[in-house]
Design a protein around this ligand. Structure first.
Ligand code: ADP
Ligand code: ZN
Ligand code: MG
Length: 479
């Protein structure tokens, strides 16, 4: 059988660090990037005799995430200990949730292949603590542990195995990221590990009713690697099956450099963790009123913004989708629109030139170095005729390199559009004199010759001449 006779099946466990000020069971700060072990105390260093106290904000943030992903919120919930040994886990257990997670039975929608919506079901969302971090050979020889991250609150969002292609996985993860950003429960900075996914992959013959055995790739934190890893892993599994072998359920590590997966360990089952309720923590009971209150204060979600962009600003569905996929981009759009009142122009700049430059530099919208105000001012300068759109493109490049007031940029660079009639005429005459053949062509009915002449004049003025005026002046001279 060939590759095409198989279907891929994926389910994701997404970990998101919550952006609460303090850790889940102590009052140490959660801030990223401090000196190793600066943000620690006896509780998160697991000193004997210390007691955890649950941070109420963690529950609130998790409930927010549950409500934003259509989950049922549990009125009764609890924390459990998940026992395992690892040098970055000084308690030798992680406080998590086992059989009574805070949120269950949710779903998010992604765009299917033919424009239809596809529901990806969420099994559960639970709260847990993050582990510390091992630094290998970073500070001289050997491995050292940094417990700044130990006890940073996480939510784990577990999906059903509803995903059928790397593209769907990519869309699903982007959707989760955008929802968490919108409701402001996580900064979702993938490069800092604030958002990472365990990707479970299996394959089965098309039409089969049972799932195949899955493998799990842990801690993936880049969209590109996830897509590559799934493609590689599915292909590997198909080969094993085609050769008459069996897939072992195991945990794998994806190596981005060699572009392949490596076996890490056999997969543990739940019983290996000896889960039991944490006796140091009280049960979590939520009232209807508490949940209602969070629901009523949920910020606007991407879906509703999208609809509003279509009705309020007359943007196309496609543009609205693209803009709202990132809260950062969407905020930038709204802020710039408020200043220049040109929704279409702002959307166009953000989705064409800005997005193209972001792609080239492999950056996320969060890394846009200029402000919404600077973008809006650039659009105002185009509308006033101070700069042409050709010059605006150069201004934009400059905004990426050295962001400042566009007015200042064009002054410094001498990029102000030439709209002076005398100056334009001078250029037009010069170009006409140098191109007698084009004049003859134009008079012989070849309209394209005009475009060529305008192009030459633009070149001559380094893009600074007002294109409408050039056009008009050439037409007059050619009469
Ligand atoms: P754990 O990995 O912690 O043992 P679960 O048993 O809850 O957790 O499953 C984890 C993930 O694996 C879920 O996201 C689920 O959708 C996915 N999954 C389960 N079975 C398969 C399968 N056969 N193929 C692909 N993904 C699967
Ligand atoms: Zn602490
Ligand atoms: Mg797992």
């Amino acid at each position: 059988m060939a590759k095409e006779d198989y279907e891929m099946v994926m389910g994701l466990e997404v970990h998101a660090e919550l952006s609460t000020k303090t850790k889940i069971f102590c009052s140490c700060p959660t801030e990223f990037g401090a000196e190793p072990n600066k943000h620690t105390c006896p509780v998160c260093m697991a000193m004997p005799g210390t007691l955890p106290v649950l941070n109420e904000k963690v529950v609130e943030y998790a409930v927010k995430a549950g409500l934003a992903t259509n989950c049922e919120i549990s009125r009764n919930s609890k924390n459990d200990r998940k026992n395992y040994f690892y040098p970055d886990l000084p308690k030798s257990y992680q406080i998590s949730q086992f059989d009574m997670p805070l949120c269950e039975h949710g779903y998010v929608e992604i765009d299917g292949e033919n424009g239809e919506k596809k529901k990806i079901r969420l099994t559960r969302i639970h709260i847990e603590e993050d582990a510390g971090k091992l630094n290998h050979n970073e500070f001289g020889g050997g491995s050292l542990v940094d417990l700044n991250r130990a006890g940073v609150p996480l939510i784990e969002i577990v999906s059903e195995p509803d995903l059928r292609s790397p593209e769907e996985v990519d869309k699903y993860l982007r959707k989760i990221k955008s929802i968490l950003e919108y409701i402001e429960v996580s900064d979702c900075k993938m490069q800092e590990g604030s958002l990472r996914a365990d990707v479970n992959v299996s394959v089965r013959k098309k039409g089969a009713t049972e799932f195949g055995t899955r493998t799990e790739m842990k801690n993936m934190n880049s969209f590109r690697s996830i897509v590559r890893a799934i493609e590689y892993e599915a292909e590997r599994q198909i080969e094993v099956i085609e050769d008459g072998g069996k897939i072992e359920q195991e945990t794998l590590r994806w190596d981005d450099v060699s572009g392949r997966t490596f076996s890490m360990r056999d997969k543990e089952d739940a019983q290996d963790y000896r889960y039991f309720p944490d006796p140091d923590l009280v049960a979590i009971r939520l009232s209807d009123e508490y949940i209602e209150n969070i629901k009523n204060n949920l910020p606007e979600l991407p879906e509703s913004r999208r609809a509003r962009y279509i009705s309020e600003y007359n943007l196309t569905e496609k543009d609205s989708n693209l803009l709202t996929a990132s809260k950062y981009l969407s905020n930038m759009f709204e802020d710039a629109e408020k200043i220049c009142k040109e929704p279409k122009a702002v959307a166009n700049w953000l989705l064409s030139d800005v997005s193209r430059i972001l792609n080239e530099k492999e950056l996320e919208p969060e890394s846009i170095p200029f402000t919404a105000e600077q973008l809006a001012k650039m659009i105002i300068l185009i509308n006033k005729g101070t700069i042409s759109s050709a010059i605006a493109k150069k201004v934009l490049e400059e905004l990426f390199e050295n962001p400042k007031d566009p007015e200042e940029i064009i002054q410094e660079k001498g990029w102000i559009q030439i709209s002076d009639e005398g100056a334009i005429k001078e250029v037009v005459l010069k170009i006409l004199e140098a191109n007698p053949q084009s004049i003859a062509d134009y008079k012989a009915g070849k309209d394209r010759a005009l475009g060529f002449l305008v192009g030459q004049a633009m070149k001559e003025t380094k893009g600074k001449a007002n294109p409408q005026m050039l056009n008009k002046m050439f037409l007059e001279e050619l009469k």
